[in-house]
Design a protein around this ligand. Structure first.
Ligand code: ATP
Ligand code: MG
Length: 365
């Protein structure tokens, strides 16, 4: 059997980028041979194994055939006679279809190195169109390598358009779509992900809520430049949508709770935050209560960050003001109220009244 390093590890080494995980390809071996050498199978019907010591993934060379709709619709054929070239041709992009043997020799039948040098994201074969997830993957790689000058090849964009038009993107599960979206949002130029999806018609299929409406891409880019966490980036992207659209998008994609919450809060309160200095204390308090700034201080910080991103670095004094207000409301001591015998609803209302007083003092200070 021959063992090759494949995929991202080869690509990123050639780009001079850090390699995080290594994918290995095994040619000329059977499942039984792998197991005899101590490799542990990953799944029941998937020819992928984990190395007994390193835990890295070793996949048997395979070919695949489309047999149905969506990502699940594939039949694999893994056997010792599947060649390296046959395995590599089923991969998405030429830059992902290179292999390296144990001596460090590069195998590059589909000219990935040339495309790497020319900064082109190009599909390997027409079979690209068989897996709709590749639309998302290509857009994600475009977002990742945009700082290096990578562009999607015209013909590849054409295939992506074809996939989008076929409606197959809708057959992707929420989990698979979200995983790509999440990774794309954490790349250095996440707005490129959205732009590429838009240019191939995938945005309308996958995130139709974002297809029209305010341009939030500069804010998203700003959030990436300042290395903001995922929920902030997601909330920046969704800002300006109607609450119902935010909810629909969040639920359809099964976004994690923090992302859902922050996007909804930004949708509801960002405008109010922008006018923070002019707000009546009662309105300010309502907002702080709604955020539960007493128990969820970090969420409020993330909210302020998301609002600030929209100013693209020109400054957001409202943020300082809101922080101060939260501080003032938090500083109200519940102890004297408890000691005066208040409980339940009465206690809650007295506490609110005290906080309102604190905010009035804060505003006039
Ligand atoms: P990353 O740096 O994000 O891990 P990667 O290229 O290693 O990038 P993986 O998802 O780890 O991406 O996949 C490893 C390799 O498997 C890819 O380089 C590609 O050759 C192939 N591959 C993965 N998913 C697909 C897919 N949906 N269609 C075609 N080939 C794929
Ligand atoms: Mg990888």
């Amino acid at each position: 059997m021959q063992i090759y390093k494949v995929g991202g590890a080869v690509r990123d080494r050639l780009l001079g980028r850090p390699v995080s995980d290594i994918d290995w390809l095994v040619v000329g071996a059977t499942v039984e041979q792998m197991q005899a050498q101590g490799f542990r199978p990953v799944g029941a019907d998937f020819p992928v194994f984990l190395h007994p010591k390193t835990g890295e993934e070793y996949a048997l060379a395979r070919t695949e055939r489309k047999s149905g709709r969506g990502y699940g619709g594939f039949t694999f054929h893994a056997s010792p006679d599947v060649t390296l070239e046959e395995d590599l041709i089923r991969r998405d992009l030429t830059i992902n279809a290179m292999a390296e043997d144990e001596q460090g020799t590069l195998y590059d039948p589909y000219h990935g190195k040339r495309d790497l040098d020319e900064r082109i994201l190009r599909h390997v074969s027409p079979a690209f169109a068989e897996d709709p997830l590749r639309v998302l993957r290509v857009a994600r790689f475009a977002a990742r390598y945009a700082p290096l000058g990578f562009k999607v090849a015209e013909e590849t964009l054409g295939l992506m358009r074809q996939i989008a038009e076929s409606g197959e993107l809708q057959a992707l599960t929420a989990e698979r779509s979200w995983k790509e979206i999440e990774r794309a949002l954490m790349e250095p130029e996440p707005q490129v992900f959205i732009e590429v999806l838009r240019s191939c018609g995938g945005l309308m299929e996958l995130l139709p809520e974002l297809a029209h409406g305010a341009d939030t891409l500069p804010a998203l880019h700003q959030a990436a430049k300042l290395q903001q966490p995922l929920p902030v980036r997601w909330a920046c992207l969704l800002r300006g949508l109607q609450p119902a659209a935010i909810k629909a998008l969040n639920q359809r994609l099964k976004a994690p709770r923090e992302c859902q919450e922050l996007a909804a809060l930004v949708g509801e309160f960002a405008e109010r935050a922008d006018h923070a200095l002019a707000l009546e204390p009662a309105s300010l308090l309502e907002m702080l209560q709604k955020f539960d700034v007493y128990r969820r201080p970090q969420r409020f910080e993330d909210f302020i960050a998301a609002c600030e991103m929209a100013t693209l670095g020109s400054g957001y004094p409202q943020g300082e003001y809101l922080r101060g207000a939260a501080e003032a409301a938090r500083a109200v001591d519940v102890k004297p109220l408890l000691e005066s015998g208040l409980t339940g609803q009465g206690l809650g209302e007295a506490l609110k009244a005290e906080r309102l007083k604190a905010l009035e003092a804060y505003k006039s200070a």
